[in-house]
Design a protein around this ligand. Structure first.
Ligand code: F0G
Length: 458
């Protein structure tokens, strides 16, 4: 018999209680947080879908690995275990641990970018964009046209627009020192990138002599989508697919807080010896000695094990299914979401769901506040608050006003997902009552983390 229920492929050994809260309590908490969900106390949240980054549960094997952590300053055994895993999966010659993904982005950006440089990416994540712009370079998003339409169905909606990339590489020859591709494409809905698209991007970069790096945070989920959606890959393992993806590139930045299944960590890896030397010197300056980066020996052990657990087919099947499960309920209820659902998160199209809220009153942000007050669910706006402020201080609406419900790895069960779906279905009946927000205070960069807001009454 093949039973159709996909069970969580683990049992729970350690639990963390969730504190029940009331609507009144949450209304007071969010007011105190200046209507910014990043400023809440986490105990005031029932289901925390703010991010899938560093929020996963580790396995017994990872915890056991941590007990073996070698905390030597230089040449530790844990570093070798870490490098062995990373090299086996990615094949890169040089592997540098960093405290998280953005540190790897910072180091590679500093090494390669100059003021005026252009960095194409299918879609930059916010920290990648900020690191590129911090060097005075231009972060250019080149997603395929379908990515801009939340309703367009495409198996690899995260793909790079290869024709547009070719145009940029020709027109701006000499000004593009780095091309990146983000798998899965987080800011465009957690959508996968096909092997064919990675290959064509890679060939183009090689023709033009430009280094091609993968932003690999969710490489295992991307490998699963390739396995299940791209012709010719059904019989390959996620590991084999990941290896093929990395072989097409010259290096990667990685946040091990995602598909490293760890609570902290990341790495920068590459083949080029001279570039690695520059990066390693920078690593020493900002992260630490090259055999620990910004991490403890035990973190390196957790990542060494976690990278393989992320590639386990049973885990990946359950993971992708959890997101699909809520997505099906949303689609049936007519709640607009980015389709097809992504790998790590459900993306609600707040721009169309709350079309009565003007873009300059941030419908996505308003929805994230309402979701918290009504259901205690913390979700994250990926829209004009996150991306609307330009480097020169002006405002421009983001392509889409999305709200992301990111699912932490191995943390919530199906009943938690049922609760989230129930809250969203209820919200559908009160959506038109939600009002916009106004920013009252904001920093110059990455404003969504700390900006203060007011609720608008009209
Ligand atoms: N690239 C992508 C695609 C990401 O999603 C993230 C982080 C990073 C780079 C940076 O990694 O956090 O380890 O420094 N994304 C988290 C998120 C924060 O919630 O999507 P980091």
């Amino acid at each position: 018999m093949n039973f159709k229920t996909i069970i969580e492929p683990f049992r729970i050994k350690t639990i963390e209680p969730i504190r029940q809260t009331t609507t009144e309590h949450r209304a007071a908490a969010i007011k105190k947080a200046h209507y910014n969900i990043f400023q809440l106390e986490a105990e005031d949240v029932l289901i925390d879908l703010l991010t899938d980054s560093g929020t996963g549960s580790m396995s017994v094997f990872q915890w056991a690995g941590m007990m073996k952590g070698d905390e030597s300053y230089a040449g530790g055994r844990s570093f070798r275990a870490f490098v062995k895993s990373v090299k086996e999966i990615t094949g890169f010659r040089h592997v540098m641990p960093t405290h998280q993904g953005r540190a790897a982005e910072h180091i590679i950006s500093r090494a390669l970018l100059r003021p005026g440089s252009i960095v194409p990416n299918n879609t930059h994540f916010d920290t990648t964009r900020a690191n590129v712009e911090h060097c005075g370079a231009v972060a250019l998003n080149l997603p395929i046209a379908e990515a801009r339409d939340p309703q367009a169905i495409h198996p690899f909606k995260g793909n790079m627009d290869v024709a547009a990339l070719e145009h940029v590489l020709r027109k701006h020859a000499g000004e593009v020192p780095l091309v990146m591709i983000t798998v899965t494409n987080n800011s465009a809905g957690g959508q996968p990138v096909s092997m064919d698209n990675i290959r064509r991007t890679s060939e183009l970069c090689r023709t033009h002599g430009v280094p091609f790096f993968i932003d690999a945070c969710r490489f295992a989920e991307n490998a699963w989508f390739i396995k299940t959606r791209e012709p010719g890959y059904a019989d390959k393992t996620p590991l084999e697919i990941a290896q093929e993806m990395f072989r097409l590139s010259d290096g990667c930045t990685m946040s091990a807080k995602k598909d490293g299944m760890a609570n902290i960590g990341g790495f920068l890896a590459m083949n080029d010896d001279a570039l690695a030397l520059t990066c390693r010197n920078s690593l020493i300056l900002t992260e630490g000695f090259p055999t620990y980066g910004g991490l403890a020996g035990y973190d390196l052990e957790a990542i060494a094990v976690g990278l393989y657990e992320a590639l386990d087919p049973d885990y990946l099947r359950y993971r992708v299914r959890s997101v699909e499960y809520i997505a099906e309920k949303m689609i049936a209820a007519g709640i607009p979401i980015v389709r097809p659902p992504g790998g790590h998160a459900l993306y609600i199209d707040a721009g169309s769901w709350l079309s009565h809220i003007p873009r300059n009153q941030y419908p996505g942000w308003a929805l994230s506040v309402a979701l918290y007050v009504v259901g205690g669910i913390r979700a994250c706006e990926i829209g004009s608050v996150m991306f609307g402020r330009q480097p020169d201080g002006s405002e421009r609406a983001a392509d889409l006003e999305l709200v992301r419900l990111a699912i932490p790895r191995r943390v919530y069960t199906q009943s938690h997902m049922d609760y989230v779906a129930e809250v969203l279905l209820h919200m559908n009946t009160v959506a038109k009552q939600i009002r916009g927000v106004r920013i009252v205070e904001q920093p110059a960069e990455l404003r969504h983390f700390t900006a203060k807001f007011e609720l608008l009454l009209q």
